[in-house]
Ligand binder design. Structure first.
Ligand code: NAP
Length: 292
């Protein structure tokens, strides 16, 4: 197999693990991170480091981005030193961050105007799955572009689902995280209620985790909330972002996500209480401190 030149921009909790998978699979890799220190480990492992998104993407046939939000993504692609200032003809741009459909659609148009093609490929799976190459990619874009990037996606994933044209991956990801955010907020309310009720916490919680409400997410988060262990897997402030994006996206299609708004209230309260940089399990903390 001949390996295309790849650039990877954004080396946070998810991007760091994903870039290491690409390097380990043999892709010639150049990386960029806004805070340069986060690129040091990959540089030591053999990746080249670009000083700007544009420099990192110079000559790359495939350019990945995995950053926080719409603002960060716009900076990476369209900022003063952004990738789109100078892309290789025919390059495939792969946006893996969780973003609004409106921004992804704008980005796809900007990429096409400069001779590139955008694929949106947000992921499910968290820090451990990123490091182990076990993510699930939710892909929007042309079938031809997907085939060009498939070997690179395969190095980072357990599954690749093609969901439609550009923007489709972003849309499904927001639906997915809406449901996840509501589950986490509901679990936090349930556990805080159990804790002040005089029940045996472990026994009561086991009824939930071993019964119908025990989704994989609820099981994981129940463990972290009870420990408590708020080591970031998925930052609380990023779930807050995702719920906000889901509510706005649904509203554009005339839908009101009542349960997402209630969950968002819980997540915003935790951000206001100073828990934004912790794992989303910390959404329970303000509830433990108050009785409403
Ligand atoms: P993270 O650890 O906070 O990393 C965020 C990355 O974005 C960092 O590289 C950060 O650079 C960069 N960034 C932030 N603002 C920027 C800006 N204005 N300009 C340039 N770069 C900027 O977050 P993460 O957990 O890796 O999440 C990345 C994306 O994946 C998010 O969209 C998130 O919603 C999504 N996601 C996360 C998970 C998860 O479980 N963690 C799962 C699925 C999807 P610095 O290092 O300089 O701050």
């Amino acid at each position: 197999m001949s390996f295309p030149r790849v650039a990877f921009l954004g080396l946070g909790i998810m991007g760091g693990g994903m870039a290491r998978r690409l390097l380990g699979a043999g892709f010639p890799l150049t990386v960029y991170n806004r805070s340069p220190a986060r690129a040091a480990e990959l540089a030591a492992a053999g990746a080249r480091v670009g000083a700007t998104p544009r420099a990192a993407a110079d000559g790359a046939e495939i350019v990945f981005s995995m950053v926080a939000d719409d603002v960060a993504s716009r900076e990476i692609w369209l900022g003063a030193d952004g990738v789109l200032a100078d892309i290789a003809p025919g390059a495939v741009l792969v946006e893996c961050s969780t973003l609004t459909v409106a921004w992804v659609t704008e980005l796809a148009q900007a990429a096409a105007a400069r001779g590139g093609e955008l694929v949106d490929a947000p992921v499910t799976g968290s820090k451990v799955a990123a490091a182990a190459g076990e993510l699930n990619f939710l892909v929007g874009g042309s079938a031809a572009a997907l085939e060009r990037i498939r070997p690179a996606l395969a190095a980072m994933s357990r599954s690749i689902k093609h969901l439609g044209p550009a923007g489709s991956g972003a849309r499904v990801k927001l639906v997915n995280n809406f449901v996840c955010g509501v589950q986490v907020a509901a679990l936090a309310e349930a556990l805080a209620w159990i804790e002040c009720s005089g029940l045996d916490r472990a026994a009561a919680l086991a009824v939930l985790t071993e019964g119908a409400p025990g989704s994989p997410l609820v099981k994981q988060l129940a463990t972290r909330m009870t420990a408590p262990d708020y080591t970031p897997n998925f930052l609380l402030r990023l779930m807050t972002k995702d719920l906000g994006y889901a509510i706005s996206e649904a509203a554009l299609q005339g839908r009101t996500l009542v349960t997402a708004s209630a969950a968002l209230e819980r997540f915003r309260a935790a951000v206001a209480a100073g828990n934004g940089e912790q794992d989303m399990a910390a959404v329970i903390e303000p509830l433990r401190k108050t009785r409403e």
